[in-house]
Design a protein around this ligand. Structure first.
Ligand SMILES: [Mn+2]
Length: 419
């Protein structure tokens, strides 16, 4: 907050002074690219419409910081970063343009200021320093190398210390303690994909700071397929793709207790409350299968499925309840495949499946995660080339992330007792 207010006031006063001196025809200050939100205001300080369609586009017109290179010393609380990788797709490619597409779709998020009415928070004005770090450089010629680039880029951001101190619990007044294994207060990263393969290197990074973690996964597909089933695994590298990355994440122990096959089988017959710590929930599942053994394999990878069609009977409240019961109050990583939304609302994706949730339903469900400790998040599989002229998909992706950002802004990443 200190940062945003002082910057805003400083630039605003420069702007007003320029107006007083010359009245009009001022050259836009060079800083307008860096702080577009602050510059595009009238002399009375209102945000103007041209502030959102002019200039170079960052996510929600947030300040661009070159976090991976010359400005690696600039601290932040939440960073958006692109991972433009799509050479792990099975059907329609194009998600390498996801980061730039989502940024385009996000331009209008702050036009009216950005206050989230149902969550009663303005994430852009919440005291946190939120930045757009641009994209991780990703080669399109070598998947193994690209996956390492994504892991290293994400780690480089995540392993820093956050800008703002954690502070105290708003109810008890007790000092909040970080959730990380090194006891430091780390920033949160929101990654713009990219196809879903990127979650393997992202979880490798997450695990370096938080250890094995529960994942809340919204997708029409399982993504825990064995490589022999999904893609046939003609080579080691082909075995790692956007349908198998959770299988590998589970094999590597990156997902909480995901590889604990025996425990899961034993505990499956117990009431839901008894299996709380063991599962990560998938939401919006509706894919066809090679057979029911795909579900057995999914169980063994540590996931609990919530089928897309369940919304017809239990509604959004029921879906939220299931997710919250599954993850408890543990730290979670959130991965959102845009194909969890129905192609009527979000057609621009690599492997669309009809019968999905509406954008409104997914946004409601995400707001229902309010209070959970979401350590980082991503949205993947946005392939803008298949979008409508009205930018339906990139707008949906941006709005979904706005809910995630709002939930993050409301809940500090700390507890009074770490367990
Ligand atoms: Mn997926």
């Amino acid at each position: 907050m200190r940062f945003q207010i002082t910057t805003s006031l400083a630039l605003f006063s420069v702007f007003v002074k320029a107006h007083l001196d010359h009245d009009h025809h001022d050259q836009i200050p060079f800083d307008h690219v860096r702080f577009p939100q602050d510059i595009y205001r009238t002399r009375h300080g209102e945000v103007t419409a041209d502030s959102v369609f002019s200039g170079i586009t960052t996510f929600a017109k947030l300040p661009w910081v070159q976090c991976l290179t010359r400005e690696s010393h600039v601290p932040f609380d939440i960073a958006f970063i692109g991972a433009p990788f799509d050479t792990g797709t099975s059907y329609r490619p194009g998600a390498r343009f996801g980061p730039s597409g989502i940024r385009e779709g996000s331009r209008r998020l702050t036009l009216y200021g950005g206050y989230n009415v149902p969550l009663e928070v303005n994430p852009f004005n919440s005291g946190l320093r939120i930045v757009d770090c641009g994209d991780i450089p990703v080669t399109p010629y070598d998947n193994k190398y690209a996956i390492k680039q994504i892991e290293d880029g994400h780690k480089s951001l995540l392993q820093r210390e956050a800008y703002s101190p954690l502070g105290n619990d708003s109810i008890t007044g007790q000092k909040l303690l970080p959730l990380s294994i090194d006891g430091k207060n780390h920033p949160r990263i929101i990654t713009l994909g990219g196809d879903h393969t990127i979650v393997l290197p992202l979880l490798r990074s997450i695990s370096s700071v938080y250890g094995p973690i529960s994942v809340i996964h919204f997708d029409s597909h399982l993504d825990t397929w064995k490589p022999s089933v999904f893609g046939g695994a003609p080579s080691d590298q082909a075995a790692i793709n956007h349908g198998t990355y959770f299988y590998w994440a589970s094999q590597e122990g990156l997902i909480k207790n995901g590889s604990s096959i025996a425990s899961i089988f034993v505990l499956k017959s117990l009431p839901l409350s008894a299996i709380l710590p063991l599962h990560s929930p998938h939401g919006a599942i509706r894919t066809t299968l090679s057979g029911l053994e795909d579900y057995e394999n999914d169980d063994n990878s540590g996931f609990k499925r919530i089928e897309a069609r369940e919304i017809d009977t239990i509604g959004t409240d029921g879906i939220i309840k299931k997710i919250r019961e599954t993850v408890g109050d543990r730290p979670v990583y959130l991965s959102i495949d845009i194909d969890s939304i129905d192609p009527a609302f979000a057609p621009a994706t690599g492997t669309p499946e009809t019968g999905g949730w509406s954008t409104r339903e997914l946004r409601t469900i995400l707001r229902g995660l309010d209070g959970l400790h979401i350590v980082s998040a991503d949205i993947v599989e946005v392939a803008p080339a298949y979008d409508t002229n009205a930018e339906l998909t990139t707008m949906a992706a941006a709005d979904v992330l706005y809910e995630v950002l709002s939930v993050m802004a409301k809940t500090p990443l700390g507890k009074t007792v770490v367990g």
